[in-house]
Design a protein around this ligand. Sequence first.
Ligand code: ZN
Length: 133
Amino acid sequence: MSQDHGSSVDTDAVRRRLEAERSELLSKAGPPTVSNPLTPDERDSDEADAAVSTDLRERAMWLAEDTRQKIEMIEQALQRLERGVYSRCESCGGTINPERLEALPYATQCIRCQKQAEHQGRRQSRGRNHADG
Ligand SMILES: [Zn+2]
């Protein structure tokens, strides 16, 4: 079946792409696996090992945060697909350029609104960093 509406977005392809990306992210975002418990023989590398595991833990946490955000964006995009408003700008209701969606599948605004938002965001710089670490 081919429903071709001229220059509109190929939602099937987009959905497949988003779902593939999401499952990939989810597989990465899983709990860290401790696959090799240390045997007494390996204990002479204590210090180096501790350093490495701390580094890995920090990186995993950072990745999890980043990954979670991305998964949220993907799920939003999938919902928008389902509602049939995928290529509609959330701000002005206009159509988001298909080329833009191709490059940025989770875009929720047309390029004009995006630029406006960026401009406003720069003027009123938020002083709200989550600084609790
Ligand atoms: Zn717009």
